[in-house]
Design a protein around this ligand. Structure first.
Ligand code: HEC
Ligand code: HEC
Ligand code: HEC
Length: 225
């Protein structure tokens, strides 16, 4: 205490450290320097209170907009899936498909939502309720219908089995399909316009870009050759 200060030298160094710590704490507590971002990097607008993009809209880029799941598949982030409102701050509370859907079977083809829902159901990953009232017995049918008018593409196999696990007969009969094999002139233009198979495929079931999942029967297989 030769220098006249009431504090020993050791204490003076500690005082400085305490002061810096207190400032840091105050910054955390008061939220100083904090930008109100939601989990996806959108910032709350100053006036409207609406979430506005932190950066201007940019084209989709794999690293930024897709998440690579543990399974190696790439998953679109919810804010970029074109379905969720990316300005809604609560979008960050939903679980990303990379976390949840990546546990389900599927291919790495980035078609549809990457999930093979038929396999997910059959292998017991999901167990949707198949009836509303106990005692109701859902009707199933196992016949496959081969549709041969496919030009140079492999023929189409329509499986009643895979469909009746999800749907009721009345979803398809007698609209859009009569209960009669070969009763319809179906073509891709109509399917892409949302008719026939396109009533569901492309919206609630895998999309038309997955050609070979429908066109699965090679022409020389099962015919006389
Ligand atoms: C959801 C099932 C489904 C998917 C997916 C699908 N098709 Fe088809 N396609 C059909 C059906 C059903 C027919 C009609 C077959 C019949 O009437 O015998 C058809 C017919 C066709 C035909 C002949 C009639 C026409 O429109 O020219 C071609 C060519 C064809 N598909 C190509 C494709 C290609 C290429 C893709 C992928 C881009 C594709 N299809 C995806 C179901 C599908
Ligand atoms: C996802 C749509 C869909 C569902 C669900 C569906 N069907 Fe079909 N069904 C079809 C199509 C497509 C055809 C063939 C139409 C054609 O070839 O033009 C067909 C044909 C048929 C046929 C005539 C060919 C055959 O297999 O003998 C019968 C009978 C039939 N369905 C009964 C049923 C019953 C019973 C159920 C419910 C258990 C059912 N279908 C559910 C789409 C469906
Ligand atoms: C009423 C809705 C509906 C219609 C109409 C429909 N599908 Fe489907 N389809 C589904 C659903 C739901 C699934 C199961 C979910 C998925 O695979 O995406 C499915 C699955 C399939 C599968 C996969 C089967 C498997 O074992 O993996 C094929 C192939 C298929 N559909 C072909 C067709 C063809 C061809 C048509 C038209 C002739 C058609 N679907 C019409 C709803 C429909």
């Amino acid at each position: 205490m030769a220098d006249g200060s009431p504090w020993p030298a050791r204490w003076r160094r500690w005082k400085l450290r305490f002061a810096l710590l207190a400032i840091a704490l105050a910054m955390v507590v008061t939220g100083w320097g904090h930008v109100d971002l939601n989990a996806q990097g959108y910032r709350r607008g100053d006036v409207s209170g609406e979430m506005v993009p932190f950066a201007p809209a940019r084209p989709l880029k794999p690293k930024r907009d897709l998440i690579r799941g543990k399974d190696g598949r790439f998953w679109r982030r919810l804010v970029n899936d074109g379905l969720h409102d990316k300005y809604n701050p609560d979008v960050g509370k939903l679980r990303e498909p990379a976390q949840t859907l990546s546990k389900l079977p599927g291919k790495r083809d980035e078609i549809g939502n990457n999930v093979d829902w038929v396999a997910a159901l059959r292998r017991g990953y999901i167990m949707p309720k198949d009836r509303l009232k106990p005692g109701d017995k859902p009707e199933t049918r196992s016949t496959d219908i081969i549709m041969p008018r496919t030009a140079a593409m492999p023929m189409v196999r329509f499986p009643h089995g895979a469909h009746s696990e999800w749907l009721d007969c009345s979803n398809c009969h007698d609209q859009p399909f009569k209960k009669e094999a070969g009763a319809h002139r179906i073509n891709m233009e109509d399917i892409l316009a949302g008719e026939f198979c396109g009533r569901c495929h492309g919206s609630v079931a895998f999309p038309a870009t997955d050609c070979l999942r429908c066109h699965s029967v090679e022409r020389n297989v099962g015919t006389a050759n």
